[in-house]
Each structure stands twice: as C-alpha cells, then as structure tokens.
Design a binder for this molecule. Structure first.
Ligand code: ATP
Length: 241
C-alpha cells in the first residue's frame, strides 16, 4: 500500500518565481489497477516521478507498506518494489531483448520463460528474443518490450506514464488487452497515467488531478460518467462558438 501524506512540490520558474506544482496531496493507493487522469499540466507526471523517486517532495511524506520512503532514491525504491516504465527502454549497443528482460527480472531466466513473457505482451517471441534494442524497433514494439520488462520484474507497484503516447490506434487497441492481462496476472498495484477512456474503463479506481490537486477520486462507475459528461459538454460548447 502506498500512502502520500500532505505532499507538495514547488519549483522556481525561469523568472525565479516559486511555482507550486503539487498542492497538499493526501492519497492512499491500495487498489489493484489505478488510473490517474486529468487536464494537461495538472501535475500527473510530477506525481508519478515523485512516487518513483525521480524527484523529491518539497513537503510531505511517502510511505510504502507503512515505511517512510520519502528520502529514498530511485534505485532504493526499485529494490523495495516500485518500477517505473519510461517512455522508451534504455539502449546500449548490443543489448538484446533477452538481455533486457533478464536484467529486469534480476535473475537467470530460461529461453522458455522469456518467450512466455514476450507472448504475454503480444510479441512473437522467436522474432524478438535476440533483437537488439535500437531504432529499428517501432514505437509500439518498444512499448511492449517495456511492458514485458515490468511483467518480468513483477513488482509491488508498477507505474506507467501515458503508455499510449506515440502509439497508433491499432497498436493501442491491442495494448489494452496487454493491460487487461497484466491486471489479471500481476499481484501488485498497477498505476497508469492516461487520457484514454479505454484504460480508464478497466481501472478499479480513477484519480483526477487538476491544478496540482486531487479533483475527483472514486470507482470508475462513479468517476467515468462525470468525466465523459464534462468532455461532451465542453465539446458541445466549443462546437457552438
Ligand atoms: N521542473 C519544472 N520546472 C517548472 N515547471 C515544471 C517543472 N516540472 C513540471 N512543471 C510544470 O508543472 C505542471 C505540471 O506538469 P506535469 O508534467 O506533471 O503535468 P501532467 O498533468 O503530467 O500534464 P500532461 O497531461 O500534459 O502530461 C506543468 O505546468 C509543467 O510545466
């Protein structure tokens, strides 16, 4: 269980004026599949980076299963079971898909195990296992490999920041099935930042962040209709102008 207590994050902008990006956030994340959504610039990615340990709060505490992890860096948090999916997996010359998944798992894995994981994310294992991670892989393939890494890691908390970004509609539709599978097969919590209705639809809990604060929080049956209503009303208003 992850707890955020009175979390605030302030930065100095280019005019050296203080800007509060997150404002006194109190949040408990204990559901299995949680989606964070909200308007652009609301503070979602900042919050995800803070949970992963990439940035530290200006005020407040972060607790994982009751332990204060506020001062821990990204590596220590990863050891405690928090994984963060970057937009693109790391590239090192010569590093293959097989190497990357083995590294993520942190143990020796048989070819069959690696193939099973690649199949889970919809990649034909034989074609990919020995491929080098480089620019010859498409955005959708890289994203699936990144998700396969998180599968292999099987951590307490897996964070994805807009996994749909840069993916075509076709690949996106099949990615949804990967996330559904992940929801069914991973034991820990999956935290996804997304603007996509299809991802929100499979969430147990939806958190709406706007202007650095929690605007709404609840089950999808309660929150999704409110979000769709707001979007439709805004669209109708702008159509009339
Ligand atoms: N280091 C920083 N210095 C100044 N401003 C920052 C910094 N980091 C984030 N911001 C600002 O904080 C706000 C929140 O950014 P964040 O990336 O968290 O939003 P978001 O909700 O993820 O947006 P999007 O939906 O567009 O991805 C934005 O206005 C952003 O420009």
């Amino acid at each position: 269980m992850l707890e955020l207590r009175n979390i605030s994050y302030e930065v100095s902008d280019e005019k050296a004026e203080n800007k509060e990006i997150l404002k006194n956030i109190n949040l408990t994340i204990d559901d299995h599949f949680v989606a964070i959504t909200g308007p652009n610039g609301g503070g979602k990615s900042t919050l995800a980076k803070m949970i992963a340990g990439i940035i530290k709060p200006t005020e407040g505490q972060i607790l994982l299963d009751g332990e204060d992890i506020t001062e821990l860096g990204i590596t220590e948090r990863a050891r405690k079971g928090i994984s963060f999916a970057f937009q693109q997996p790391v590239h090192f010359k010569g590093l293959t898909v097989k190497d990357l998944i083995t590294l993520a798992a942190g143990r020796t894995m048989s070819v069959t195990e690696i193939c099973d994981i690649l199949s889970e994310v919809g990649l034909c294992a034989r074609e990919y296992i020995d491929r080098e991670i480089n620019a010859s892989l498409s955005g959708g393939e890289l994203k699936r490999i990144e998700i396969a890494m998180i599968f292999a890691r099987g951590t307490k908390l897996s964070i994805f920041d807009e996994p749909e970004a840069g993916i075509d509609l076709w690949s996106f539709n099949s990615l949804i099935h990967v996330f559904e599978k992940m929801r069914d097969e991973i034991n820990g919590t999956i935290l996804i930042i997304s603007h996509q209705e299809k991802i929100l639809e499979i969430a147990d809990k939806i958190i709406v962040i706007a202007d650095g604060q929690i605007d709404k929080i609840g089950g999808k049956d309660e929150i999704l209709p409110q979000l769709l209503y707001t979007t439709k009303t805004c669209q109708t208003l702008s159509d009339k102008q």
